[in-house]
Design a binder for this molecule. Structure first.
Ligand SMILES: *Cc1c(COP(=O)(O)O)cnc(C)c1O
Length: 390
């Protein structure tokens, strides 16, 4: 049985083990005791088989693992103490000195820093490609390419890759495919069912959903997860803590209704922004003006929360005034929580380098949270008005 309601409410929860409590216990223990030397020996030989020490397996984390793997339609998953950790473990476990990686252009910043700064120290090189065309992957593959790294959509301009086509190409070349699915969550896109080998997401975003946990999920075959557990996870000690796992189980209960609500509000916000005279362009994967709209509709069952605008601005000050005038929408990184957010691209640009002719410099990314749509639109309205006077 693989229905969503079953996964979120029952799967992995053996309530007879803990007084029929509805909410599972937080198994806040570092280690587990044994009665027999033979049992201990068995777990020493394979720590992925039983509870020994909470840097490895933990019962609260296991409840979460079962649910997340089922959502991803994967055999198994591992949960890390950040999305960045999940990214690192997924790639690092599949390469060795002399290997080559093909990555989509502009992946998540810390994926890019890993490719640019960390992996070259171990003799591992990366080629970035425009992932909108399958030929670009074909051309970039070398005899020593071991990993193709994808992020679809990415989190500023929502650029997509045709996951099924890339998976087919990679399979023929014996290359492992990894996809960052943070934007969609497994509710709106299932990369493994499209043929991708491993899927990861920052659970900090929609899974946690309340801006109070940093965590990451990596799903794949049981064999791959065991390999990563035995080396990267146990060596780096980057697994999630029982309490944070418990918070994610709690977040999962409401994931479908939060996404539903955010979808409805995002649609209203997108329509408002599209009709605003101070907005040059609205970028949103499920808007018919989106360059890869057909592909988005084909491989994603939903899109919500993140939307980017290119603001009409001659001076950076107009964007700065807009962002600083928002009263309810907070200026912050991240997304996926209850609260709406804004982040301007120009925060990563020195003021003297601002170029009003460069559309990227005028981008502001919004995250639409759980507030009432009118509350958000009124906030946009007064901030646009202040910006017009700047
Ligand atoms: C936030 C984010 C990550 C990193 O996750 P953390 O939980 O912050 O480590 C990775 N990929 C994408 C697309 C993200 O938005």
């Amino acid at each position: 049985m693989n229905e969503l309601s079953y996964i979120l409410n029952e799967l992995g929860e053996d309530r007879d083990q803990y007084f029929r409590a509805i909410a599972p216990p937080i198994m806040q223990t570092s280690n587990f005791a044994f009665k027999k030397v033979d049992e201990l020996r068995k777990v020493f030989e394979d720590e992925f088989s039983n509870y020994l020490y909470s840097r490895g397996l933990n019962p609260t984390v296991d409840i979460l693992r079962q649910k997340l793997a089922a959502l991803d339609e994967a055999e198994d998953c591992l949960v890390f103490n950040s999305g960045a950790s999940a990214i690192f473990a997924s790639v690092f476990s599949n390469v060795q000195s002399g290997d080559h990686i093909v990555s989509v252009r502009s992946p998540y910043a810390w994926a890019q820093k890993m490719f640019d700064n960390v992996l070259p120290r171990f003799g591992i090189s990366t080629t970035y490609v425009d992932g909108t065309k399958i030929e670009n992957f074909e051309r970039a593959i070398l005899p020593n390419t071991k990993v193709i790294y994808l992020e679809s959509p990415n989190s500023w301009e929502f650029v997509l890759q045709d996951l099924q086509a890339v998976a087919e190409l990679a399979k023929a070349e014996n290359i492992t495919t990894i996809c960052d699915n943070s934007y969609c969550t497994p509710l709106y896109q299932k990369p493994i069912s499209l043929g991708i080998d491993m899927v990861l997401q920052s659970a900090t975003k929609f899974i946690g959903g309340h801006s109070d946990v940093v965590a990451g999920v990596l799903s794949g075959t049981r064999q791959m997860m065991k390999k990563i557990f035995d080396s990267e996870l146990l060596n780096m000690g980057n697994g999630i803590t029982p309490f944070n796992a418990w918070l994610l189980i709690r977040g999962l209960r409401t994931l479908p209704i939060r996404l539903e609500r955010i979808t409805a509000t995002t649609t209203k916000v997108v329509n408002y922004l599209k009709n605003h005279p101070q907005v040059e362009e609205v970028i949103f994967p499920f808007d018919s003006s989106f360059p890869q709209y057909d592909l988005a509709r084909k491989q994603m069952t939903g899109a919500c929360g993140l939307v980017t605008i290119v603001m009409k601005a001659e001076k950076m000050q107009q964007i700065v005034t807009f962002c600083e005038s928002l009263r309810h929408i907070l200026m912050a990184v991240s997304w996926g929580g209850h609260e709406s957010l804004a982040i301007p691209r120009c925060a990563s640009i020195l003021p003297e380098n601002f170029d009003a002719g460069n559309r990227e410099h005028k981008m502001i990314r919004f995250y639409v949270g759980l507030e009432e749509p009118d509350y958000l639109i009124a906030d946009f309205e007064q901030a646009f008005a202040s910006s017009a006077e700047a």
